[in-house]
Ligand binder design. Structure first.
Ligand SMILES: Nc1ncnc2c1ncn2[C@@H]1O[C@H](COP(=O)(O)OP(=O)(O)OP(=O)(O)O)[C@@H](O)[C@H]1O
Ligand SMILES: [Mg+2]
Length: 238
């Protein structure tokens, strides 16, 4: 469904993404992990058209290389950001409406906005200003706004960062529900190996922009190179 072929991104002399190829199958929950600065978020920025790059990206059988972000979004790719980005003075409902209006000449689809508010459990906060939401609320809102664009694939950038154990459980439930009930393919960048082994079918590990391995998460977590460059030999899952 989403295929990157030999993608490379240089920032000056730094190769943030280095000749990387991978393929996400329709319906999957696909994980991406690797040390800080490995190039994970840059991969999302390339897929969503933020920067020019070398190589090729295909989505749904179509070459999307070099398309601007709005056309990539229209093709069915949505993402969230590592640091929650919301419009602080807008209400939760209005913020989701922004996504819902995206590319829809007919105007606001309020039934769809209501469905999304229900789906991400933000109904009671619908008139609240987004700046007043807690971190979990802001993350659910970002996901809601992304879902409102009716994507085929949703790419999440460290959705668990900063959440407590109970909130992580709730977020995992929401991600599973998006995948199973809405039939949306998921790509998730995450540092928590337990989350990745529980959620994903395939895990891509990258370091300095290059693929270290791509395998079932339990196998990837035991790969000697992954242990050396990322997890460390004293790594204990908690
Ligand atoms: N716009 C940019 N200009 C210059 N260098 C950049 C830019 N964006 C990212 N980089 C560099 O590219 C490398 C990869 O960054 P990236 O944010 O993709 O890493 P990451 O794997 O997402 O890390 P983290 O786990 O800390 O979020 C880093 O060395 C970073 O400093
Ligand atoms: Mg990142």
């Amino acid at each position: 469904m989403l295929k990157a072929v030999n993608i490379t991104k240089r920032f000056g002399s730094l190769k943030a993404v280095d000749n990387l190829s991978f393929e996400v199958q329709k319906g999957q929950i696909y994980g991406i992990a690797g040390p800080n600065g490995a190039g994970k978020s840059t991969v999302y920025n390339l897929i969503t058209g933020f920067y020019p790059y070398e190589g090729k990206i295909e989505f749904d059988g179509r070459d999307i290389t070099g398309l601007p972000p709005y056309r990539i979004a229209k093709a069915g790719i949505a993402r969230t950001f590592q640091i929650p980005k919301t419009f602080p003075s807008l209400s939760v409902q209005r913020s989701i409406s922004v996504g819902s209006r995206f590319g829809a000449p007919g105007g606001l689809d309020s039934a769809h906005v209501n469905e999304i508010l229900h789906f991400v459990s933000l109904e009671t906060e619908r008139y609240q200003k987004t700046g007043l939401l807690n971190l979990l609320g802001k993350k659910k809102l970002m996901i809601g706004a992304a879902l409102a664009t009716k994507p085929k694939i949703l790419m999440l950038d460290e959705p668990m960062a900063g959440l407590n154990a109970l909130e992580i459980k709730a977020m995992m439930g929401l991600i599973r529900k998006i995948n199973s009930d809405l039939e949306i393919t998921i790509v998730i960048i995450e540092h928590f190996m337990k989350v990745l082994t529980d959620l994903t079918e395939t895990l891509l590990i990258i370091e300095t922009g290059r693929m270290i391995c791509c395998d079932a998460p339990e196998i990837a977590a035991n790969n000697p190179q992954v242990i050396e460059c990322y997890l460390g030999d004293t790594y204990v899952e908690c």
